[in-house]
Write a protein that binds this ligand. Structure first.
Ligand SMILES: NC(=O)c1ccc[n+]([C@@H]2O[C@H](COP(=O)([O-])OP(=O)(O)OC[C@H]3O[C@@H](n4cnc5c(N)ncnc54)[C@H](OP(=O)(O)O)[C@@H]3O)[C@@H](O)[C@H]2O)c1
Length: 316
């Protein structure tokens, strides 16, 4: 099969489009023929090995796994022993091991049936970013909750706007593209390039902005939650993870971070919301698999509205 690999950490130039032996599913595993692969920041972090703390998980001196890509939608090609939920020919989406390839392996529990009404591209764009949005918001947003999404135009952000609305929240988007944020459901928008952040919010999702925590606290209601989802450029070692350690002993405000968890329940939630149209991933652009480096370059340049998707076939 064709696949995108790299054997060392580095920028997009380390990527190779090459032939690999077809993978074989083991017990509890499913072999999926990839129809579309979602491109997300996680792939960029795993490619570069940045922040350095990430190398504890992915290989200290060099990447343990040469393949990249987590999100995929495709057709079941074969199933390993003990797989009961899927059969050859089923259309699925989920979180896999190496989606930047023609074939990929997933644990059975990391796949869910693709809703028939959803395109391959949207199905591939959805899993990790939608699960992240739900994990950030699920327990914090009910009817009338005032939510500020910082970085609403990106992969997680544009889905977080939709998830917050689906949970009943009133969503303000801070973004460099107010028209796009409004188009995905924000009821108010702030262009952070030209306007100050204003208002009072029960939940703030800090997805991409890296503003000083004290500035964000000033926008938070007395018992509100500041949720650190991510953000680039926060230092080579920890990548800004240190921002979550806020010392505020006499405050009822909460400061939280998390790592999105792919569970069967989370994937069912993604599929249900895709099927009923409450979550509609926006696919900014598709690239042929062979041009994965260009896609990651566009992503790291911060010029993506919604998500990018790779096609093992031709460009879209
Ligand atoms: N915690 C988790 O489990 C988890 C899971 C997935 C991703 N993440 C992290 O979440 C972050 C976002 O991921 P993503 O896939 O959404 O990336 P993305 O598609 O590149 O979006 C990042 C967004 O950050 C925004 N941004 C950049 N500069 C900003 C500023 N000065 N103020 C406010 N917003 C700014 C931009 O929003 P606009 O386009 O609106 O300007 C951009 O679209 C990454 O750091 C990623 O590693 C964390």
């Amino acid at each position: 099969m064709k696949a995108v690999v790299r054997y060392t950490y580095g920028d997009e130039s380390v990527l190779e489009y090459t032939d690999l032996r077809d993978p074989v599913p083991g017990p509890g595993e499913v072999l999926v023929r990839v129809r579309a692969a979602g491109v997300d920041r996680g792939a960029w972090h795993i490619m570069t090995g940045l922040p350095h703390l990430a190398r504890l998980a992915f290989g200290l001196r060099r990447p343990r796994d040469p393949q990249l890509g987590m999100d995929a939608a495709g057709v079941v090609e074969a199933v390993g022993p003990d797989v009961t939920a899927f059969r050859v020919g089923d259309e699925v989406l989920g979180v896999v091991r190496g989606s930047f390839a023609e074939l990929t392996i997933a644990a059975e529990r990391h796949l869910v049936a693709k809703p028939a009404t959803v395109s391959w591209e949207q199905a591939a764009a959805a899993p990790t970013s939608t699960i992240t949005a739900f994990d950030a918001l699920r327990t914090r947003v009910t009817s009338g909750t005032r939510v500020l999404v910082l970085g609403a135009g990106g992969g997680v952000g544009h889905l977080a706007v939709q998830v917050a609305r689906a949970l009943g929240g009133e969503v303000t988007a801070a973004t460099s593209d107010p028209a796009f944020a409004a188009s995905v459901g924000a009821s108010a928008v702030i262009d952070y390039r030209t306007e100050p952040l204003t208002g009072t919010y029960d939940v703030i999702l800090d997805i991409g902005c890296r503003r000083p925590v004290r500035e964000l606290r000033a926008l938070l209601s007395p018992a509100g939650s500041l949720v650190f989802v991510g953000g680039e450029g926060g230092g080579a070692l920890a990548g800004g993870m240190q921002r979550q350690f806020v010392v505020a002993p006499f405050s009822r405000q909460k400061f939280v971070t998390f790592v999105a968890r792919t569970t069967p329940a989370a994937l069912r939630e993604v599929a249900e919301h895709l099927a009923d149209g409450t979550v509609v991933p926006v696919v900014d652009r598709t690239y042929p698999l062979a041009e994965a480096a260009d896609a990651l370059r566009q992503l790291s340049g911060g010029r993506v509205r919604g998500k990018l998707v790779l096609h093992p076939g031709a460009a879209g």
